[in-house]
Design a protein around this ligand. Structure first.
Ligand code: ADP
Length: 294
């Protein structure tokens, strides 16, 4: 069992933005969802954990490896699929993976070939190995991205916003691949898409403004909200009034009219009906509570 223990990590950029504010997390093998809206600090956190940028304070240990003190040790056991892994040269999938394997230090050609073939099969691209990656669909490119992240048997895999731009079918195939990969390694999946976490992750955290606002299982988070989420269809012009008087979690258009979800410890009348909370309510209640509500 691998363990990643992160303690009190903070990071302020030179422009004064505090991207990470005392972040502490404990992770084991499996898929961990880091959920947060754009600008929450997810990429900053992923880059810090990948030792691509330094933290101002705090520590991060992957098993016995001190990530901040010995980044080269970390790189040997890290697989990273960055958000921008989308620029591909005009080479085949096989050549690309072979090249990445050289960079990862697999010097023996026969060993590399074996590894590359194994990975091409694993991500279901063996048949396409001689095709140019540039012409691949978004989903196929992400599978190449996962294959390169898996080179050299990593213990920690970091995947930053992997499903943006994938259609629902591709997204499902990608989910299955990640779930398969996640059994023996620590996988951190950073995303602003609630679906990604709901489908895949047994453990999760919600991040906003550089802070961890929740850490646990998706189910526990949902249970905490049980009986406290109320829904009402309102008029568009009433939205501000509701926002002033209630803890509005979210607002969605249904058939052209806003339907609001409201958090309340007490039962609400006046046209509100209690609804079964879901992970989206968890997400919005955590991030909204962190600034404008309560
Ligand atoms: P996310 O990945 O959740 O969208 P980021 O980590 O990219 O969040 O950004 C967190 C905050 O830090 C944002 O306010 C962003 O503008 C700021 N930020 C990110 N990278 C830099 C940087 N290199 N220099 C200054 N500010 C940055």
């Amino acid at each position: 069992m691998n363990k990643l223990i992160i303690k009190n990590v903070s990071k302020t950029y030179p422009n004064g933005v505090k991207a990470l504010d005392d972040v502490s997390l404990e992770l084991e093998n499996g898929l961990f969802g880091l959920l947060g809206p754009n600008g929450a600090g997810k990429s900053s956190f992923m880059r810090t954990l990948s030792a691509l940028q330094e933290a101002d304070s705090g520590s991060a240990m992957l098993n016995e490896i001190d990530i901040f003190k010995t980044p080269t040790e970390l790189r040997k056991v890290l697989g990273y699929l960055p958000q921008e892994f989308g620029v591909y040269p005009r080479i085949t999938a096989e050549q690309l993976l072979n090249h990445m394997a050289v960079l990862k230090g697999i010097t023996k050609a026969s060993e590399r070939k074996e590894e590359v073939n194994y990975l091409l099969n694993k991500v279901n691209l063996y048949e396409k190995r001689n095709k140019s990656v540039k012409g691949f669909s978004g989903g196929m490119k992400q599978r190449v991205g996962i294959a390169q992240a898996l080179i050299g048997n990593p213990k920690l895999i970091i995947v930053d916003e992997p499903t943006a731009g994938l259609d629902p079918g591709e997204r499902n195939r990608f989910y299955n691949l990640l779930a398969d990969v996640g059994e023996e390694v620590v996988v951190i999946l950073s995303t602003h898409i609630v679906e990604d976490v709901k489908e895949l992750c047994t453990k999760m955290a919600v991040m906003n403004e550089g802070k961890i606002l929740y850490q646990g299982t998706p189910n526990n988070a949902i249970e905490e909200l049980e009986g406290k989420v109320f829904q009402k269809m309102v008029e568009r012009k009433e939205l501000n009034e509701y926002a002033d008087n209630f803890s509005v979690i979210s607002n969605k258009m249904v058939g052209g009219k806003p339907v609001i979800h409201v958090y309340s410890d007490e039962k609400l009348g006046d046209g509100f009906e209690m609804v079964k909370p879901d992970l989206e309510d968890v997400f919005f209640s955590k991030i909204n509570t962190s600034h404008k509500l309560v």
